[in-house]
Structure formats: structure tokens, C-alpha cells
Write a protein that binds this ligand. Structure first.
Ligand SMILES: [Zn+2]
Length: 278
């Protein structure tokens, strides 16, 4: 009995204290709930596509792929990017354009993503030209890539060619640890961005079907180092095959470059509406 009354002596005050505490916590919660609208009920801020980062592939000592008639990927990429930037400034005045390069300079792959992050880019567009190992070849058409582990041999070899530029960089061993797992983890941690990247990629392909009309090779995925660093929706566009003399001529001509630029511009306009409604 003694033991039981000892227990009661201990138990009831503790129970009372717990009840009191839970009540006061609940009243605190209620207070917070009542207070919440003042602090938390802010108007939903719609995302704004206000900064677009334009990345002309290669540059400087990195020519990229070279056509059979000598035109270089770095030249085509820069020409298309500069035309695109001018079109954006003209037609989308509320968008700020950031370039990773505006001249024939060598920019490291990870620096390109860093520029995009520092400038608070909302969309990162990297422009390149495709190529086959043997030249000339009849391979043709356009592909837009998003960052994910490569699924097909063709996609993996495109990424290997685009990533090969690191051999020209100082301290290139910093990339060596990037594996398929990194690409999986990066795309998982940025699933929201990947969804938007896919959306933009398919819009680029759609607009190229109208404006460029060579061959639609679809949206594909592979592990591009340049995309891993840009923490925002991002794509890498292989505009055409510089290893195909016909497409090399298209990429070299001002009219051809303009077709690619207008195609990307219209994809941006479509995407801007979707993005800002989200
Ligand atoms: Zn390239």
C-alpha cells in the first residue's frame, strides 16, 4: 500500500504537470495559428523568367568539332548565341541576358555553371554542334540534351566528346570523380529543374522542326559536365552536324545561324508562359 501511495504521490502531480504543459503548448499553437496569417499568408510569388544564361560552347584554344571545310564549332556556337541574345533583348525586355562568353575565349566547364549561379540564372542554354568521328558524314539533325545518365551509346559518346575539353583545362582531375551516380543524384535532387529542363528541351525541338527543318533527333539525356554546375533548368543543344558538309554550310551562314537563334527564341517565349504560370 505504501508503495502504491508513493506512486500516487508521484504520478498525479506529474500527470497534472503534463496536462498543464500540453494545454499551454496547445494554446501557444493556437496563438501561432491565429498569428500565422499576418506573417505566413504572403501572396504566392509567381516565378519569373527574368535571367537567361547563354552559353556558347567551346572557345579560345578549344575549337570544338571542326567541319570538313574548316568551320569550327566554337564559331557556330558563338554566332548563334550572340544572335539569340540580341533577339531576346529586342523582344523580351524584361529578361536579362547573361553570356558565359561573348568572344573567342576559353572558359572552363565548371566556370560556366558558376557564372550562371552567380547571376541567378533561371534558365541555362548551352549551344553546340554535333559531329561524327569520321568526316565527312551524312549524319544530320538536331538534338536537345538534358542532364541525366546517358541511356544510349550515341548519347554517351556525345557527352564524352563534349566533356573531352577538360583535357585542355588546368587541374582537370577535379572532374574525374564525377560518375553516373553523380548525374543520378544531381538530377534527383533537382527533379523540379529536370521537369522544366525536359519541357524546355521539347519546346526547342518543336521550334527547330518549324524554323530549321533538318531532322528532329528528339530530346535525349547524358552526363554533361557543363550542365552539372548550373543549378537551374538547363539544356545542351546540338544544333546540327558540323561533320556533314551540308549542315556545316547551314551553321556557317548568317541565315542558318539566325534560324537556330529564332527557333530557340520562340522556345523561350513558349517556355516563359509555362514557367511563369507554374
Ligand atoms: Zn560542343
Amino acid at each position: 500500500m505504501n508503495q502504491r501511495s508513493d506512486f500516487n504521490l508521484f504520478f498525479f502531480p506529474v500527470l497534472a504537470l503534463l496536462v498543464l504543459l500540453s494545454t499551454s503548448f496547445r494554446s501557444l499553437d493556437t496563438l501561432q495559428d491565429e498569428d500565422a496569417p499576418k506573417h505566413a499568408k504572403k501572396a504566392h510569388v509567381r516565378p519569373k523568367l527574368d535571367v537567361i544564361v547563354l552559353d556558347a560552347g567551346h572557345g579560345g584554344r578549344d575549337a570544338g568539332a571542326i567541319g570538313t571545310n574548316g568551320y569550327m564549332e566554337k564559331q557556330a556556337a558563338l554566332a548563334i548565341i550572340l544572335k539569340l541574345g540580341a533577339l531576346i533583348k529586342k523582344t523580351l525586355p524584361d529578361v536579362r541576358v547573361v553570356y558565359t562568353r561573348q568572344s573567342d575565349t576559353f572558359i572552363e566547364l565548371d566556370r560556366r555553371g558558376a557564372i550562371a549561379n552567380e547571376q541567378h540564372g533561371k534558365l541555362f542554354i548551352s549551344v553546340h554542334c554535333n559531329s561524327t568521328p569520321e568526316k565527312p558524314s551524312k549524319a544530320r539533325g538536331f538534338t536537345t540534351y538534358i542532364l541525366r545518365p546517358g541511356k544510349t551509346d550515341a548519347a554517351i559518346s556525345v557527352a564524352a566528346r563534349e566533356n573531352a575539353v577538360i583535357a585542355l583545362e588546368d587541374n582537370s582531375e577535379r572532374y574525374s570523380k564525377l560518375s553516373d551516380l553523380d548525374f543520378i543524384l544531381t538530377s534527383m535532387s533537382r527533379s523540379h529543374d529536370v521537369k522544366f529542363s525536359e519541357r524546355f528541351a521539347s519546346l526547342v525541338q518543336k521550334q527547330f522542326r518549324t524554323h530549321v527543318a533538318t531532322k528532329d533527333n528528339g530530346v535525349s539525356q547524358a552526363g554533361f559536365y557543363v550542365l552539372i554546375g548550373a543549378s537551374m533548368p538547363n539544356v545542351l543543344i546540338e544544333t546540327g552536324f558540323i561533320s556533314n558538309p551540308k549542315e556545316e554550310a547551314l551553321l556557317r551562314s548568317s541565315a542558318g545561324q539566325r534560324k537556330f537563334a529564332v527557333g530557340i527564341l520562340d522556345a523561350i517565349k513558349n517556355y516563359k508562359e509555362v514557367y511563369e504560370r507554374s
